[in-house]
Design a protein around this ligand. Structure first.
Ligand code: SF4
Ligand code: SF4
Length: 386
């Protein structure tokens, strides 16, 4: 079964707000280290080796994990060496044993058929990989490594093959990273991915690069994107059945330059109440992966929830989102926060909310009590639901 998403986030937020109880998590990010074989133009990660023990990772998963909690394993490149691969296998197996939903972000450069099979056998539920261009000339340039297009293309073919053969639940997500210098090639990227891998890709995704002025879309770029490119891309995406990707693009572009181009954040970061992100090389725990990236460059102003092995300081959540989140946070998180905000608004309007929250099985009670409102919300405001 898939994770619950923004409804669960909203319920946990209300529990925290009204009862002061530590919210249960629905997302745990594990970044053991930041070592990588690529040099992507959009990546400013500082390289660092893992200083967190397996036992400590296991304790974190055991303490905060439960059924359907997403565990996202990333890096750096999490499959960089055989040792890395074995660690990913170990984490994936542990997640499966605990009932979590293990997912992996990888450039898949060295993935072979046997490794894909082993990951699937370990219970991997989702793999996300990214493309920066429709061909070797552009992709390799932005990835910073000659041969990366060929390697990733080959790996994607293998993954699709093994996915077809496997009967288990497994999602393949391919993300298109775009920025000022490559967004005009999005149509070719969609065609390349749609024509060859369209049947096996469960979700095509877009990842706009923010924060770095040299990669940011200018106002003119956004005008062109919205006015000319987007209508064509929506038709193209629809022809491959990638309608969710089309909606995502619209969500990304609904912002305006004053709001930071890629859309304004809600007043509260609901996601941070239900997520945590472990940076293994720093031995620190952040509210989200964006904050972890930001902390590498601005350690003095980032929000840290605690150190590995120590109790988390939840009072820090009250300061989120920070002004800088406007340019850090992705449209996915913004959309999730907006959906959670809407669910919170609906729930807060319940006259007996506090009593319901005090019921022993408060989550079930809430879902039951709010079913009618949720249905109304879904029917009238489809935007707030998946
Ligand atoms: S593959 Fe990921 S971690 Fe490696 S350089 Fe690219 S963005 Fe950074
Ligand atoms: S960047 Fe800020 S708003 Fe976005 S998820 Fe992280 S803490 Fe929340």
């Amino acid at each position: 079964m898939k994770p619950l998403g923004s409804d669960q986030t909203a319920i946990q937020y209300l529990r925290y707000k009204f009862l002061g109880e530590e919210p249960l998590k629905d997302f745990i990010g594990l970044r053991p280290d930041t070592l990588c074989n690529y040099k992507c133009v959009s990546c400013k990660q500082v390289k660092g080796s893992c200083k967190t023990s397996e036992k400590e990772f296991q304790d974190i998963l055991a303490e905060h994990g439960r059924q359907r909690v997403i565990c996202s394993i990333s890096g750096g490149e999490p499959l960089l060496t055989n040792e890395h691969f074995l660690r990913v296998l170990q984490h994936t197996r542990l997640c499966s044993t605990l009932g979590l939903y293990p997912t992996l972000f990888s450039n898949c450069h060295d993935l072979d058929g046997r490794k894909v099979e082993m990951l699937l056998e370990a219970g991997l539920k989702r793999l996300t990989t990214a493309f920066y261009g429709p061909d070797a000339a552009s992709h390799d340039k932005w990835r910073g490594v000659p041969g990366s297009f060929v390697a990733q293309y080959r790996a994607l073919k293998l993954i699709c093959e093994k996915k077809r053969e496997s009967r288990q639940e497994f999602e393949l997500i391919v993300s298109m990273v775009f920025f000022r210098q490559n967004f005009r090639q999005l149509s070719e990227m969609i065609q390349m991915l749609g024509d060859i891998f369209g049947d096996e890709i469960d979700r095509l995704d877009f990842f706009p690069i923010k924060e770095y002025a040299d990669l940011y879309l200018s106002e003119e770029d956004v005008d062109y994107f919205k006015g000319e490119l987007l209508p064509r891309l929506l038709v193209q995406l629809h022809s491959y059945g990638f309608d969710v990707a089309g909606r995502k693009l619209q969500e990304i572009l609904e912002g305006n330059p004053e709001d930071g181009v890629y859309g304004i954040l809600p007043e509260c970061c609901y996601s941070s109440h239900t997520s945590l992100y472990v940076s293994g090389h720093e031995r620190l725990i952040y509210p989200c992966g964006y904050m972890s990236d930001y902390a590498e460059r601005h350690p003095e102003s980032a929000v840290v929830l605690g150190k590995v092995g120590e109790k988390l300081d939840l009072s820090k959540l009250k300061t989120l989102p920070m002004p800088i989140c406007q340019s850090l946070c992705g449209p996915v998180v913004k959309g999730h926060n907006r959906r959670a905000q809407r669910a919170v608004e609906i729930m807060q309007a319940m006259p007996d909310l506090e009593q319901v929250l005090r019921l022993p099985s408060y989550e079930n009670q809430l879902v039951l009590r709010l079913r009618r409102e949720y249905i109304a919300m879904r029917d009238e405001k489809a935007f707030y639901r998946k």
